[in-house]
Every structure is written in C-alpha cells, then in structure tokens.
Design a protein around this ligand. Structure first.
Ligand SMILES: [Zn+2]
Length: 380
C-alpha cells in the first residue's frame, strides 16, 4: 500500500492530525449535520461528459448509510465522510448498464458517526460500496434517453481533479491462448497436498463446555467451529491488552485445531496466543496485513510456537458492537483471500471506551457466521 499523497483527501471541515476529540455538536448549527458543501457525484457518458446535474455526495450516499447504519447517522457531527486517496479493487457497479467508477484514486470512504462526544461508528468502505446504491437508484429515475447514456460516475470537489484517473482503454492487441488438445498435457503436474486431518478431541477434554442448546441454529450463528481460548488470551483480548483508540490493530491467532469428536464435520480451535502483526503503513485506513507480517508469524510458528498452527486473525473496531454490525465488507474480503482453510477464524474486538466486546467468526459459504467461544477451564 502506498503512503498518503499530498492531497489531504478529507472533506471540508476535517482538521489535520486527528480530530477524534471533537466536542458535542454546536447547539445551533444552521446546516443540517453532515452538510458537506462542494463535494458532489456526477454521472458521466462514454466521453466522460456529465449526463445530469451533479448531486451532493451525502445525498448519493444516503441509501447506503441508512441501510448500513440506520437513520441516526443524520445526527452525526460533520465531517462524517472522509475521502481516502487509496485505490481499491472495487471499480464499478454491476448490473444493467454496468457503471464504471471514474474517481478510482479515491478508493475508500471512511464513514464516521460521532454524536455528542461518542463514537457510534468509524470504518472505511469502498467508495463504490458507499455510493453504489444511491447511484443505481439515481440512474433508474432518469428518463430513458439519459439513462442509456450513463456509463460511469465520479466524485467532484476541491482537490479531486488532481486525483482523477482516466479508465484504462480497451486493449487493441489480443493474445490467443489455446487449451491443450485431448491427451496432451504440460510437462509437469501440480497437486495440492491435502492438509492432514486434525486430531479428534472433545470439548470436555479441553476443559470446555458444549455451546448452549440452540446456539448454532440461531440466525447468523454456526456450530462449524467452536472457539476455546487459553485464559491468558481471553484476559488480554477482553481486558488487559492496551489497544489504540485511534487506529485499528490486530494480528494472528495461533494454537491448535481439532476435529470435534462429539460432532462430526465440525472443529474446535484452541487459541493459545494472539500475536500482534508487525504491520506498517495504511493502518490508519483499516487493519491490514503486510507480506512482512506473514514472514514474521511464519518464523514465530517455527520457533516460539512450535506445534501450533495459524488459526486465523483478529483485529479491533473503534466503535461499539451491535448485533447487526460485525465484520465489514473489507474484513470479509481480507478473510476470504487470506485465510482459506475452512476452520480458520476471525476474532473481532469492538472497543467502546473501557468496554470491549469480543466475537469470533468463521466462513460459511459467502458469509462470516458467529462462532461460540469460551475460555478454557471456565466451564460452569
Ligand atoms: Zn474490520
């Protein structure tokens, strides 16, 4: 990931350096909260000319914000959208017609909901995720002639023009790749080596109790993986380890995995340590791993955590937990691309002042579902 460019990439009203201690909103703010003059979204035709009058960015973001956060975001202190000059893989909206995102230098938007001195939410989303639903609804409401012309959308506003990027042209040359003929094959073979099946254990063998009846059947829950933490891990994540209240932090989970001898096709992960990642850069954006952090954890697995495996990852969110709000779409993407073994888990620590909520997730299909977790030896 690159370092920040010279463009601050923040909406007007943000102060440099960190304005996380903004006080309560002024009592008589003449503007509705979140009014952010100057930043608009423009629909573009194939020549990147505007199709319809530009609309304020907040108006276009409204369907996403209301769907994700509920209506209370409207009471937030501005600025609540920070435009972040980092590219993302999310470069357009599918559907009919597909729409390209033409401000792709602004890959992410940090959504911040700070009301009366208290954080309700602060997390980045891709710009396409934030603007997509509003742009789609807007295009649907155009008259048919205009609608047919729309090919792309972009953000306009102070500083943005310097970040504009012209989408890559369609290549003129093509390379033809022909498949092997029947019976023909390359001169080498690659086969994945299947991991050895984990040894079977019972929760009781680990000083742990079965999840409460019905846990796995509840919405967005799963019994596929049960998480058992060593007491030191639980104490650190839930209480003792100092975490920043300014940047998300996280790292790797190491320990052991077992097939649950009492429940076929399900697993028990025993978390022995939560090792902070040695990450650099971009950590202000959202928690992310670097190649170096993987090298470091591999070395530690070979030395001080011998016999342990990489169980997954954990990270912090800097706002209170709600049932509806667990891992973000960025977290899903990180998990799906990086932690591909089915039983690998994601630990999430929501920080709300001194109050913390620890939750665990595992992939099932295209979702991350909540796992039961407990501390080893703490059975009732
Ligand atoms: Zn996250």
């Amino acid at each position: 990931m690159s370092t920040p460019g010279s463009t601050p990439g923040s909406t007007p009203g943000s102060t440099p350096g960190g304005d996380d201690h903004a006080g309560p909103a002024p009592a008589a703010d003449p503007q509705p909260a979140g009014h952010q003059p100057g930043y608009t979204v423009v629909l573009l035709d194939a020549a990147l000319d505007p199709v319809a009058p530009a609309r304020p960015i907040v108006e276009v973001a409204d369907p996403f914000l209301t769907g994700w956060l509920g209506p209370h975001w409207r009471r937030a202190d501005p600025p609540f959208l920070l435009l972040l000059p980092y590219p993302s893989d999310d470069t357009g909206i599918g559907g009919d017609p597909p729409l390209a995102y033409a401000s792709d230098a602004i890959g992410y938007i940090q959504v911040r909901v700070h009301i009366a001195g208290h954080w309700h939410y602060r997390h980045p989303h891709t710009a396409v995720e934030v603007l997509g639903p509003g742009v789609r609804a807007w295009v649907q409401a155009l008259d048919p002639a205009e609608r047919r012309r729309v090919r792309a959308f972009r953000i306009d506003g102070p500083g943005i023009e310097r970040l504009l990027h012209i989408p890559a042209p369609v290549p003129l040359g093509v390379a033809e790749v022909t498949p092997y003929a029947r019976g023909e094959r390359p001169g080498f073979r690659i086969r994945p080596i299947p991991p050895a099946p984990p040894p079977a254990r019972r929760l009781a063998d680990l000083g742990a109790a079965p999840p409460p009846p019905g846990f796995a059947e509840a919405a967005l829950h799963t019994g596929f993986v049960k998480v058992v933490m060593e007491p030191v891990v639980a104490a650190e994540l839930e209480r003792d380890r100092p975490f920043s209240d300014q940047v998300e932090q996280g790292g790797f989970l190491v320990g052991e995995v077992f097939a649950d001898a009492d429940a076929p096709e399900t697993f028990i992960v025993l978390v022995r340590a939560a090792v902070p990642a040695e990450q650099v850069g971009a950590s202000f954006l959202h928690f992310t791993f670097t190649g170096d952090s993987f090298d470091a954890i591999k070395a530690r697995l070979a030395t001080e955590h011998q016999g342990a495996v990489l169980l997954g990852w954990y990270h912090t969110h800097l706002f209170p937990a709600t049932d509806a709000m667990g891992l973000s779409s960025i977290d899903y993407r990180l998990h799906f691309t990086t932690f591909r073994i089915p039983w690998q888990v994601a630990g999430l620590v929501n920080l709300d002042g001194p109050h913390r909520v620890l939750r665990w997730y595992v992939r099932r299909g295209e979702d991350m579902l909540l796992c039961h977790h407990q501390t080893r030896g703490a059975r009732p």
